[in-house]
Design a protein around this ligand. Structure first.
Ligand code: COA
Length: 174
């Protein structure tokens, strides 16, 4: 069975290739250090009973972020204070041999679940993501992410959309 796990030494970071060198390098060289120092957390999707080092099917990383509500659409900004908090989906990648099999979607649902845990404990208006190019922007848009008015490669998914998406896939929303 596939399982989301916090990135650990037991995972085969060296063998991961999503086709994007910056994303591969982040996983191999930076992700664990960032987790130790509280900069971000990285979660990997693996086969639960795979022998070590477990092959990584895909991963995402999350960090806390502060945004100016004026950077949101006017509808979203309404009734919000000037500075608000959210969670940034810093990176999302799927191993080349596993792409187009729904794993990216599975990882996004996992990220939404993690967002809800943070939301329960400390609030947060939603998930933000920086798309690396227009194709990535279109990828995120199909899951309800909306481009910010100031930068179409920065997208936002409000908490209510996350709750709806999790309800659609039958995951409990808090
Ligand atoms: C982008 C990425 C995460 C998508 O993951 P995936 O597991 O391949 O995607 P899914 O199987 O969940 O795709 C679901 C749907 O999204 C669309 N889609 C998939 N990859 C896409 C892409 N690169 N661009 C636009 N749409 C895409 C398709 O419509 C797909 O449905 P289909 O296969 O039935 O046509 C993956 O291709 C990847 O890691 N790419 C390299 C790194 C990257 O670009 N990361 C984005 C970070 S900004």
């Amino acid at each position: 069975m596939r399982k989301l796990e916090p990135l650990a030494k037991t995972h085969d970071r060296a063998g991961f290739d999503c086709g994007s060198e910056p994303l591969n390098a982040f996983l191999k060289q930076t992700a664990r250090q960032h987790a130790e120092r509280g900069i971000s957390r990285t979660y990997v999707l693996v086969e639960e009973d795979a022998p070590e080092a477990k092959p990584i099917l895909g991963f995402f990383s999350l960090n806390l972020c502060q945004v100016k509500s004026e950077s949101l659409t006017p509808e979203e900004a309404r009734r919000l204070p000037r500075d608000v908090s959210g969670v940034r989906l810093g990176r999302l990648a799927v191993a080349k041999e596993c792409q187009r099999q729904g794993i990216g979607k599975l990882l996004l649902v996992g990220a939404m679940g993690k967002f809800m845990e943070i939301f329960e404990a400390a609030g947060g208006i939603g998930l933000f993501v920086d798309a690396k190019d227009q194709a990535a922007r279109r990828y995120y848009e199909q899951f309800g992410f909306v481009s910010l008015p100031s930068n179409e490669l920065e997208l936002f998914l409000p908490v209510r959309s996350i709750q709806e998406a999790l309800a659609d896939v039958g995951q409990p929303q808090k």
